[in-house]
Design a protein around this ligand. Structure first.
Ligand code: ASP
Length: 332
């Protein structure tokens, strides 16, 4: 715990759930009620040799991150912002389930870019109580990074021995300890954030942005059905350099109608490279239909950025502009 008279750096640990805090039950892994005490002890033992103080806070209730919703990451961001203003830590560590960790990390990269302190997300593939668990190693890496990084360091993920930029990271291994990778480097940031004054005073319902992935069997009816649940935005996972099966009956019209209804952003299904609508005729058709070029953003970063921009009221040309600028290193 933090000693009020101490000048030691403080790390704020914000636990949200995930395998790291679970135990085995006959219904499978589920949140462990003993985890809060165990996490306190774990953080204390990591901070002691670093001469650091700590505070631990918990999202209530802890969730399996597979159950994350559109408001989960914005809620975590608001909670961290509020705690950080009170505790004034050197850095923040967020523990999170690995399933949607990259999505939350990408959203926090936008939401907390001007927090003025490093934010590092981590979790584990095995519960903290397992003999072989990676929980301690990942938490120690994250705490060291949060204490040592510069105040304006980009939001990052500490996992399996690697420190990765949140806006470029993706989960790529379901079982291995090295669960995340970032194939594209962090792009040098050029523009910065949408003005903080544009942040919604009353967050209300956050924008719901969903992905739609093309495959050889996809039809125009499938694409039309993508908006059936009334999302606020769609990110198309296109082939290669931003291609889609535009010769399929009704596909061009379906895409035009979709773009007239809500913002539609294209990214590539590939692990590296990005959208280049000029390269193929089918790419031109996507652009003509009104699809916004998502460049080389990861699917997680594109979903996060579109949700972040919509939640700040961006629309039309201003939304297009925001999506085409590199705000926090997400767009090369
Ligand atoms: N289902 C878990 C979660 O995302 C998986 C994990 O933490 O590794 O919360």
């Amino acid at each position: 715990m933090q000693d009020l008279m101490s000048t030691a750096p403080t790390v704020l640990v914000f636990a949200t759930g995930g395998t790291i805090g679970m135990r085995r039950t006959d219904r499978g892994l589920a949140p462990d009620p003993a985890f809060p005490d165990a996490l306190d002890a774990l953080v204390a033992s990591i901070c002691a040799p670093l001469a650091a103080d700590y505070r631990v806070n918990h999202l209530s209730p802890a969730i399996d991150s597979a159950n994350a919703d559109a408001d989960t990451a914005p809620r975590i961001a608001r909670a961290i912002g509020a705690r950080a203003r009170t505790v004034r830590p050197r850095g923040v560590v967020v523990t999170h389930g690995t399933d949607t960790l990259a999505y939350t990390a990408a959203r926090l990269a936008f939401e907390l870019a001007d927090l003025g302190m490093p934010v590092v997300l981590t979790g584990s593939q095995l519960p903290y109580g397992d003999a072989e668990s990676d929980a301690r190693a990942n938490l120690a890496l994250a705490i060291r990074a949060a204490l040592r990084a510069k105040p304006d360091a980009p939001v990052s993920i500490a996992f399996g021995g690697a420190l990765l930029p949140a806006v470029r990271a993706t989960k790529f291994q379901a079982d291995a300890f090295e669960a995340f990778r970032a194939e594209r480097p962090l792009a040098p940031s050029r523009v910065g954030l949408i003005g903080a004054d544009a942040a919604p005073a009353d967050p209300g319902d956050p924008a719901r942005v969903i992905p739609f992935r093309f495959a050889p069997g996809t039809t125009a009816a499938d694409l039309r059905a993508a908006s059936a649940g009334e999302p606020d935005g769609i990110v198309l996972e296109c082939y290669g350099s931003g291609n889609a099966p535009m010769a399929k009956p009704g596909m061009a019209a379906a895409l035009r109608d979709l773009c007239a209804e809500l913002p539609v952003v294209a990214v590539t299904q590939c692990a590296t490279g990005g959208v280049d609508f000029a390269r193929y005729a089918v790419g031109h058709e996507l652009e003509a239909a009104g699809v916004i070029d998502g460049g080389d953003m990861t699917i997680e970063a594109a979903l996060a950025k579109l949700g972040y921009a919509l939640d700040r009221g961006a629309q039309g040309a201003s939304l297009r502009g925001i999506m085409s600028f590199n705000l926090v290193g997400e767009l090369g």
